[in-house]
Ligand binder design. Structure first.
Ligand code: FES
Length: 108
């Protein structure tokens, strides 16, 4: 895999319905497996700058544990109040059994 992608985990380390937090150059990201599809999003709720990694997955959404807003892992769009702004999503690829993300180019 060519730059700018960075290997962040082995794909088989993240089971369906689970996620991991990874830190790249001091920035935290959530890498999630929603029913076999992988996603990378920023580890920060757009409502009050709270770590989304404290929350949980709900299908293909991640739920903030502070006030309950859920965000689409695919688009970053909030699905519930009180959040009204999207979170960043990142390009991700699976190759050679590893998960790679492009942290420099938010997909939204
Ligand atoms: S901080 Fe996440 S919903 Fe309020």
């Amino acid at each position: 895999m060519d730059s700018p992608y960075i290997a962040v985990a082995r794909a088989d380390e993240i089971q369906p319905g689970k996620f991991v937090k990874v830190v790249i150059e001091g920035r935290p990201y959530v890498v999630a497996n929603a029913d076999g599809r992988y996603y990378a999003v920023e580890d920060n709720c757009s409502h009050e700058d709270y770590p989304l990694s404290f929350g949980c997955l709900d299908g293909d959404r991640i739920k903030c544990s502070l006030h309950g807003s859920r965000f689409s892992l695919a688009t970053g769009e909030p699905q519930d109040e009180p959040a009204d702004a999207p979170i960043r999503t990142y390009r991700l690829a699976v190759e050679d059994g590893r998960i790679w993300i492009d942290p420099g180019s938010p997909a939204n």
